[in-house]
Design a binder for this molecule. Structure first.
Ligand SMILES: Cc1cc2nc3c(=O)[nH]c(=O)nc-3n(C[C@H](O)[C@H](O)[C@H](O)COP(=O)(O)OP(=O)(O)OC[C@H]3O[C@@H](n4cnc5c(N)ncnc54)[C@H](O)[C@@H]3O)c2cc1C
Ligand code: SF4
Length: 527
């Protein structure tokens, strides 16, 4: 049994970021990742392979509340879900850290304020190359530094959309994008600004994902070891149940156990809960960190919908994710409760429609799917879903992951859709035509589309209502931490990854202090 200073289980937004932060001080770190490196291959950029054949959806079987098996939309690779993500790297709004009243109830407060996380948001934006423009979005929280990279420019149809929104009295802004694009110096830009970004892997490693900007920089330090195809199945504790003593791992067809002074779990919200619940013992009969019975509960994944509108003129945009709108984040003239965020999603391509045929019957015979794709302007609407104790991840007798979820805040989601629908005419789009896009979302089985999963292991000050303390350490175990999106007490309505990254950096500082190490002054900032 090898001894490490820190074992990190999972290499996505939470785990990969933490690895990079802890690597420079020289402590011995073991990274355990159940997946492999995502292959760099021509299929990375083929819509049919990615969206229809689901080439990069990792095989797994979960069970819904009726016991029906389904394939979740999960990506078990070095870098986790960020390998496929859209790299829209938003901060939560400052108000999201307090209690907010929604149509369906209360979105609870976080145990830390926005101000406490702010310096780590700034560092995360630097590490993950976020491009943006401060001061355009009225809901934007205060920031201690400008965006480290200039906003990604709008292409002409999206600029036109921004102008039309502004003319109608709205406040469109340049969306925060994590891509390694240098518009000033295209021959040297790593990103080539292509149409195959959101939901695709990037074969040229120009997306600011947790493999490229978390794990790889960490591995440049000789004190960091990565074990791929290494699935943690259980955490063992000492006889008093006060500390984790071993991480049991399936690897190379066998079982190995690793020991570390500190163990950090970052498997994504569902799998983190599964690992903790599956590590029950005499001292922890309900699973580790679960004295409060909160582990697995409060599962959230955003009330999201991907829609396309039909532009009167063709929309030849290549990289479409440059615009956002938060004017209805906290409500609208017609609806006093928060509605959510509107942003762009990757541009529709005809092969993505295979099997879904958006609005085909309504539009036939004039509109072929190719024509729909040429005219499509694609939006992503996100409404906050509320943490509900009964929405939960569990583990059945056979050790399978079970997921029970009922929708919350459906009315707010409907109102946000209606709002966009009512605006189409003013935006040079065919009024009345707003179609659902399914490929990206897997709406066929709603719980399977768990891209924004969060909230199964929330942190807090009260051990009776939270699993983790404010440092994200298990209330009941001295050396067990969690740093992925499962720690979220509420999810807000913007994309979650930057918040997970920032929180990892915050917990990373705590761990550096605990381990008696020191981060070199400039460590981890230049990519
Ligand atoms: C298609 C898509 C688009 C998205 N777009 C955006 C976006 O634009 N902006 C945004 O902010 N967010 C986006 N997201 C969400 C974002 O990717 C996630 O919120 C984020 O990656 C979550 O980080 P995490 O650390 O919690 O989990 P992950 O990044 O999923 O990392 C978990 C890691 O743990 C590993 N693992 C799981 N179980 C085990 C185990 N038992 N043993 C060892 N390893 C294990 C997994 O393989 C994985 O590598 C998107 C997600 C998807 C799928
Ligand atoms: S837009 Fe840039 S980062 Fe995204 S897939 Fe294309 S090259 Fe990669």
């Amino acid at each position: 049994m090898d001894d490490y200073d820190v074992i990190i289980v999972g290499t996505g937004a939470g785990g990969g970021t933490l690895a990079r932060h802890l690597a420079p001080p020289g402590k011995r770190i073991l990274l355990l990742e159940r997946g492999d490196w995502l292959p760099r291959e021509p299929q990375n950029w083929l819509a049919d392979e990615v969206f229809v054949q689901n080439r990069y959806v990792s095989p797994d079987t979960w069970f819904d509340e009726k016991g029906i098996a389904f394939q979740p939309q999960v990506h078990y690779f070095v870098g986790g879900a960020t390998k496929l993500y859209g790299a829209a790297l938003y901060r939560l709004r400052a108000e999201d850290f307090g209690e907010l009243r929604h149509h369906d109830g209360i979105s609870p407060a976080w145990p830390i304020s926005y101000d406490e996380l702010e310096p780590f948001y700034t560092l995360a934006e630097r590490l993950y190359h976020v491009h943006g423009a401060r001061g355009e979005d009225p809901t934007e929280p205060p920031a201690s530094a400008p965006y480290p990279y200039p906003a990604v420019s709008h292409e002409p149809r999206i600029q036109q959309l921004a102008d039309q929104l502004a003319a109608a009295g709205h406040h469109p802004f340049h969306a925060p994008c994590g891509i390694l694009l240098d518009e000033e110096n295209p021959p040297y830009s790593i990103c080539v600004r292509c149409a195959n970004c959101d939901g695709f892997p990037c074969p040229v490693h120009a997306k600011a994902d947790a493999e490229v900007l978390g794990v790889r920089p960490a591995l440049e330090h000789g004190n960091v070891t990565l074990l791929t195809n290494a699935k943690a199945t259980m955490l063992e504790t000492n006889s008093a149940g006060t500390a984790v003593t071993g991480v049991v791992v399936e690897h190379d067809g066998g079982t190995e156990t690793f020991a570390g002074d500190v163990v950090v779990v970052a498997c994504g919200a569902a799998n983190t809960a599964k690992l903790l619940l599956g590590s029950a013992s005499d001292k922890h009969p309900n699973g580790l960190a679960n004295g409060s019975d909160q582990v697995g509960r409060n599962f959230m994944f955003h009330d999201s919908v991907a829609v396309l509108a039909l532009s009167r003129e063709e929309n030849p945009t290549v990289y479409q994710k440059t615009l956002g709108l938060n004017d209805f984040y906290f409500g609208s003239d017609e609806f006093e409760y928060p509605l959510g965020n509107i942003q762009m999603v990757g541009k529709s391509q005809a092969p993505m429609f295979r099997g879904e045929k958006p609005g085909e019957t309504k539009l036939a015979p004039d509109w072929t799917l190719e024509r729909v794709a040429r005219h499509a302007i694609d939006f992503w609407l996100s409404t906050e879903d509320l943490p509900r104790s009964e929405n939960r991840v569990g583990v059945d007798r056979e050790g399978n992951l079970t997921l029970r979820y009922s929708e919350t805040n459906a009315e707010a989601k409907k109102q946000l859709y209606k709002k966009l629908h009512s605006m189409l005419g003013k935006l040079d789009m065919n009024p009345g035509h707003l179609f659902h896009r399914f490929a990206y979302m897997r709406n066929d089985i709603p719980v399977a589309g768990c891209a924004h999963q969060a909230g199964t292991c929330r942190f807090g000050t009260d051990p009776s209502t939270s699993a983790l303390n404010v440092d994200c350490r298990a209330h009941e175990l001295d050396n067990l931490y969690v740093v992925d999106t499962s720690i979220f007490p509420s999810i807000g309505a913007v994309n979650p990854a930057l918040t997970a990254m920032a929180n990892s950096l915050r917990v990373g500082d705590h761990l550096v202090e605990r381990l008696g190490a020191r981060i070199p002054a400039a460590a981890g900032v230049e990519a």
